[in-house]
Design a protein around this ligand. Structure first.
Ligand code: NAD
Length: 466
């Protein structure tokens, strides 16, 4: 099939590469000239495993363009909208980028004859958007909701081996086209190809398609993200109880997560969720529910716990440093909102780094992939910190090391080397990467989330040291 994907960001680019990998001819459009120029030179602007390999391999099926939307739309069987849907004031979803694309598609199709086309919502949008889009397009265009569930860091394998493919449409013809589009994933034939990206252990092959109405598909996406965020905030709230009770949240999460009704994933205590999706999708879901007369205050509590969790972590750092942050040298390990990506949008780690700088800490940060994107986001205060080339350089002469993102590289660190490069062996772990027992043996003062602190001296324990 001929497919246009509008927007070549984290989702659009991966979707476009994935569809090319399934054998379709794809043209990927973005109004960001720099991004398109890079992609045309074969350079992939985001850090995502397997993406460069797929983009290179599919160079004949996958083209990139800045201006060619009109021609691309006319030639395509399906037009995927994968532009951003940021948060607008008041928590509403800002649909202006989606609207701009819909206007361009409507214009491109206004004076041509064509039999049938699909416009596919890939962007996360509030329920009701599909209907609004359909009203603005010719009758022979079917609007389909096909929400994306990829996770940054494992985006390519998530696209090629998804748990399910949700398709919302009232049109049997559109549903048949969507089946055809994803056929190699639904019949498992993609995975049998000699050059296929390998299926990870958690991948589904073959996968299944869940057909619903447009409205149900739109709600599935918002409700899924809201549920996952709720799971994270739930275990973070429990971590606070564990700290007061002297229990271990990791044991509690294991005990809960092995119940098949609950499951272990997203049940990991830490410094809270971030990223470009959860925060804005929760706000947008609450907002659209409110417009429908439904109070989703449950989600307000999820958000409150998430913000509190960052604050609680900062208090742990203050406590670990004897009650005072000003002038202290702190190594921040991890800035991306999660491992495997260079994305720092709404990253709790970035927020913590910002707060430390503002309190007068000397921050030395290291992230395996996100230093460049962090520099841009910290514009204006980035001169008040430095980026190191590895964790040991970041930790040199530090009063404390903070783990802010659970990159595997940090779990594999040579902890003796780390300890020996520090001024004081204090590690505040916002991701529970290490066992308190082994950290105690290594001589660290170790403070993590929802678990008893180890090697904490009396003045620190009472927070009176200055
Ligand atoms: P992004 O900001 O990385 O990419 C959006 C791209 O769209 C940008 O490159 C921008 O230049 C381009 N764009 C905007 N308006 C355009 C226009 N009129 N014409 C052409 N290009 C245009 O955003 P993203 O992270 O890829 O997210 C896209 C959508 O997918 C959002 O609705 C998001 O909620 C959803 N989503 C994101 C993820 C994720 O993990 N990032 C996962 C699932 C769903």
């Amino acid at each position: 099939m001929n497919v246009t994907v509008v927007g070549s960001g984290y989702v659009g680019l991966v979707v476009a590469a994935g569809l090319a990998e399934l054998g379709h001819n794809v043209i990927c459009i973005d109004k960001d000239a720099e991004k398109i120029a890079q992609l045309r030179e074969g350079k992939v602007p985001i850090f995502e495993r397997h993406l460069e390999e797929v983009v290179r391999r599919q160079e004949r099926r996958l083209r990139f363009s800045k201006n060619n939307l009109k021609a691309a739309v006319r030639q395509s069987d399906a037009i995927f909208i994968a532009v951003g849907t940021p948060i607008a004031p008041g928590g509403k979803c800002d649909l202006s980028y989606v609207d701009e694309v819909v206007d361009s598609v409507a214009e491109a199709l206004s004076d041509v004859a064509f039999a049938h086309k699909l416009v596919v919502e890939k962007s996360t949008v509030p329920v009701g958007t599909g209907e609004q889009i359909a009203r603005r397009l010719p009758k022979r265009v079917d609007v389909v909701s096909n929400p994306e569930f990829l996770r940054e860091g494992t985006a390519v394998t998530d696209i090629l081996y998804p748990d399910r493919i949700v398709v919302g449409t009232d049109s049997p013809k559109a549903l048949a086209m969507m089946r055809e589009l994803y056929r190699p994933l639904l019949d498992g034939s993609y995975a049998l190809r000699a050059d296929a990206v390998p299926c990870p252990e958690s991948g589904k092959c073959p996968t299944r398609m869940i057909a619903t109405t447009v409205e149900s598909a739109e709600i599935i996406k918002h409700a899924s993200n809201a549920f996952l965020a709720m799971k994270i905030s739930f275990i973070n709230a429990i971590s606070a109880v564990c700290e007061q009770a002297g229990a271990d949240v990791e044991d509690v999460a294991r005990g809960m997560g092995t119940d098949s009704r609950i499951g272990p994933r997203f049940l990991r205590a830490g410094i809270g969720y971030g990223g470009s999706c959860f925060p804005k999708d929760l706000a947008a879901f609450r907002s659209v529910a409110g417009e429908l007369g439904i109070d989703l205050d449950l989600l307000a509590e999820v958000e409150r716990i998430n913000v509190d969790q960052r604050q609680r972590f900062l208090e742990k750092v203050r406590f670990a440093l004897g009650g005072r942050l000003k002038g202290k040298k702190v190594a921040a390990l991890g800035i991306s909102f999660k491992p495997g990506t260079d994305d720092v949008r709404e990253s709790p780690a970035l927020d913590i780094v910002r707060a430390l700088i503002q309190e007068g800490c000397q921050v030395s940060a290291y992230d395996p992939a996100a230093a460049d994107s962090a520099r841009k986001m910290l514009y204006g205060i980035e001169s008040r910190m430095r980026f190191a080339s590895d964790p040991y350089a970041a930790a040199k002469n530090a009063d404390a090391v903070l783990i802010l993102t659970d990159w595997n590289e940090f779990a594999m660190m040579d902890l003796e080397r780390l300890r020996d490069s520090m001024r004081d062996p204090v590690l505040v772990d916002g991701r529970n990467l290490f066992s308190p027992e082994s950290m105690a043996e290594l001589g660290f003062t170790y403070i993590s989330v929802g678990r008893p602190a180890v090697n904490v001296s009396e003045p620190r324990a009472t927070g009176t040291a200055g």
